[in-house]
Design a protein around this ligand. Structure first.
Ligand SMILES: Cc1ncc(COP(=O)(O)O)c(C=O)c1O
Length: 364
């Protein structure tokens, strides 16, 4: 199993499993923007080493000020973290929910964070027949049982956004809610969907963002939280001092200025995703049409293929795919892949084709 530590993108485990060097894999199991990182990142890493003799700014002022201007949010409502992962954990520690409503399937770190802070989980199942979109009646039904909702928006692994009706409910502020918008930058017209600005003033809503996916800097670690200034202060008190290192702060500030990168990234996804969906469907796979840079699909029962078999076969071909059956609420037929550049996507499709021919022939 490649997800030994709970996530995709674990090249070291792949190296151990398939005996190829880490860099020899084509990785569809984590969801990075293949156009990244922006070129300025290389420059900062080349030149910036001289300044690592200083401590980073403990208040991350320059990056917060940039985010504030770009997102039109007061600086006091922004806390920067060492990746959205740190902020998921921090949010749970600040809010200390007793029972948290989680959509199933969703990103496993929500549950981990809630458990670490001593709380329990209330499951809100998402259904294939609704394309895994959260249903308003299910959220309403959960309201009396939970003191916090923690949702992915868009959700991982489905890539689906929360509907306008459910967002309207959450905005009303009757119920505390955390929205993880880690992949929101990939959504066309994201301003129409994001609750970032609403969270800056709300007493009830926290929005988390990642900068590691869109800018392809997961090794640098960077994310931010937007919430009411009172909650930001509490979170700051619990955050480890200097948690966001000097290079991450400089890189984050610089990439926000690269508008050309943003535009070309959106253009790439708009062209590439429909093509990849079509190719996957031509292989006979059931694809969930998500809004972001990854796709959830399942092998139809008639194929008799499990994702574990598929992952093994693809791994031996040097291609890593995500075993989505490890997400609570999905069965052994579910798989997730990132959208990459055309040449890589062609290799994925060819690899899946070989794997399906081999595995379905072996059955007959
Ligand atoms: C939905 C979701 N939220 C948050 C994260 C963590 O992001 P970061 O790299 O910014 O810690 C991930 C990472 O895969 C994710 O999938």
């Amino acid at each position: 199993m490649l997800e030994r530590y709970g996530h995709g993108g674990d090249l070291r485990t792949a190296e151990e499993a398939y005996g190829k060097p880490e860099m020899g894999f084509l990785d569809f199991s984590s969801n990075m923007n293949p156009l990244g990182p922006p070129s300025v990142v290389r420059h900062i890493l080349r030149e910036g080493w001289r300044d690592i003799v200083q401590y980073p700014d403990p208040a991350v002022r320059e990056l917060r000020s940039k985010l504030s201007a770009k997102c039109n949010i007061p600086m006091e409502s922004i806390l920067v973290g060492n990746g959205a992962a740190e902020l998921i954990d921090l949010t749970a520690r600040v809010l200390k929910p007793q029972v948290t409503g989680l959509a199933r399937p969703s990103f496993s770190e929500y549950e981990e964070a809630v458990h670490k802070s001593g709380g329990g989980i209330y499951n809100i199942p998402l259904h294939a027949q609704h394309q895994f979109v959260l249903q308003q009646q299910d959220v309403e039904a959960a309201q009396t049982a939970v003191d916090l909702f923690f949702f992915g928006h868009p959700n991982n692994p489905s890539g689906k956004l929360i509907s306008r009706e459910v967002l309207a409910m959450l905005k009303q502020g009757d119920h505390p809610c955390v929205l993880d918008e880690a992949f929101m930058d990939f959504v066309p017209n994201e301003q129409e969907h994001s609750l970032l600005q609403h969270a800056a003033e709300s007493q009830c809503l926290v929005v988390l963002r990642s900068m590691t996916k869109f800018y392809s800097i997961p090794g640098i670690r960077l994310g931010f939280m937007v919430a009411h200034p009172d909650l930001i202060k509490l979170a700051q008190q619990l955050q480890v001092q200097w948690s966001v290192n000097y290079l991450a702060q400089r890189i984050g500030t610089a990439v926000l200025e690269d508008e050309a990168f943003e535009i070309s990234s959106r253009q790439w996804l708009q062209e590439e995703k429909p093509w990849l969906i079509q190719q996957l469907e031509q292989l006979g796979l059931d694809v969930v049409h998500g809004e972001v840079n990854f796709l959830l699909f399942s092998f139809p029962v008639s194929m008799g293929v499990t994702v574990k078999q598929a992952q093994q076969h693809m791994g031996r071909q040097g291609i890593l795919i995500r075993d989505a059956s490890l997400f609570a609420g999905l069965n052994e037929r579910y798989c997730r892949v990132a959208v990459r550049l055309r040449e890589d996507n062609c290799r994925l499709i060819a690899g899946l084709h070989t794997m399906l021919s081999d595995l379905t022939q072996n059955r007959g």
